[in-house]
Write a protein that binds this ligand. Structure first.
Ligand SMILES: C[S@@+](CC[C@H](N)C(=O)[O-])C[C@H]1O[C@@H](n2cnc3c(N)ncnc32)[C@H](O)[C@@H]1O
Length: 346
């Protein structure tokens, strides 16, 4: 079972140093919440519009709310990426739409020795200045530019192109990113954003790319082809610090757990054996006689069905990877295992 994620490497003192310019601190929950509501409304009303970095309220809201939450979501993706060996041979990364540095901060926390260099591309010089203030010293040296450098990037065969909540503002994956070895795409856990990611999954596979995560197989996605209601997303738990609890008490939104959709693709195929590997794509639901949880192991939309007469269902979160014994009883779209027949792959 995974441990809750921590915000610890996002130092409150540094966040306070950023907020001081606006004469607020993490202790001013009501003032912070006002700014968060405003930026949240902006995103809801203009989902494809740019982040209004010049506005004081946007700077405050991003620093105290959107950055910490996106940082945790990136950490969640990095944990899975590490589990599947996704970073093998990758030594450089480029992060498009870097904002205040959710990706670089999470990379430093989760993978301090992995990368030799990072490059952040961010159109807003205000965001770049704030990101710089948050990130010294860095485990991985980081450079910035307001657009993709002329001539592209060196070492493309060792380079990851990363997009964390920045593709929403683009019509397609940019050409420079498609020339790198690896792609990390993280998007909101909405039906629309997730389905757009899954469409790209198919297109990238058609162009010779391989999916490393979240999928444990390369076949068609059952959530895309067999359902309009479901969408593929993960959920992580985290330890909420007191200052964030106080902020949230002033907000209508709850963040006890965090969700996101993501895709990790490489030109190289995954090396690990995927025999029996599957991924839980739903939350566990207790029903009469059995507890059901949606599971993905191929093109069919299927459920693990834990019969109560055989014992209690394991409490695995959505996104957990499991190994299925080949002898599990299958009835239509239901797999009816005993607890010995399914093991966590973590
Ligand atoms: C929603 S924010 C995400 C920031 C950060 N990646 C995160 O996960 O918190 C999207 C960012 O993309 C930047 N952006 C939008 N269009 C861009 C472009 N054409 N070139 C570079 N950055 C861009 C915006 O300024 C904004 O900082």
């Amino acid at each position: 079972m995974k441990q809750p994620l921590q915000l610890s490497s996002l130092d409150p003192q540094r966040l306070n140093a950023l907020l001081a310019k606006h004469r607020v601190s993490l202790a001013d929950s009501a003032a912070l919440a006002g700014a968060v509501r405003r930026l949240s409304d902006h995103y809801l009303q203009h989902p494809e519009a740019a982040t209004p970095w010049r506005q004081d309220w946007a700077q405050i809201a991003y620093a105290c709310y959107f950055l910490p939450l996106n940082y945790l979501r990136v950490l969640g993706v990095l944990e899975m990426a590490k589990e599947v060996g996704f970073f093998a041979g990758l030594r450089h990364y480029s992060d498009f739409g870097s904002g205040l540095g959710a990706v670089s901060l999470a990379m430093d926390a989760a993978l301090p020795g992995q990368f030799l260099s990072g490059h952040a591309i961010e159109v807003s010089s205000t965001a770049i200045a704030m990101h710089r203030q948050l990130t010294t010293p860095m485990a991985t040296p980081l450079t910035w530019s307001t657009q993709v450098p002329d001539g592209g990037f060196s070492a493309s065969e060792q380079r990851l192109a990363s997009f964390s909540f920045s593709l929403t503002e683009l019509p397609r994956i940019p050409a420079w990113a498609l020339q790198q070895e690896a792609l990390m795409l993280i998007e909101p856990a909405t039906n629309q954003d997730s389905r757009r990611l899954l469409t790209w999954r198919g297109e990238l596979q058609g162009a010779g790319w391989h999916v490393w995560a979240p999928c444990t197989h390369a076949e068609a996605c059952p959530l895309l082809t067999e359902s309009k209601r479901d969408w593929c997303h993960d959920r992580v738990q985290w330890d909420m610090p007191e200052w964030f609890q106080a902020l949230e008490e002033n907000l209508p939104m709850r963040n006890d757990s965090l969700t996101y959709s993501y895709l990790l693709m490489r030109r190289t195929a995954p090396s690990e054996s995927r025999a029996g590997l599957a991924r839980l794509t739903g939350d566990l639901r207790r029903e009469k006689g059995a507890s059901r949880q949606m599971i993905c192991r191929g093109p069919k939309r299927e459920f693990l069905s834990w019969q109560h007469r055989r014992g209690e269902a394991p409490q695995w979160p959505r996104g957990e990877r499991v190994i299925l014994d080949p002898t599990i009883e299958v009835k239509s779209n239901e797999l009816r295992p005993t607890t010995q027949q399914v093991q966590s792959a973590t």
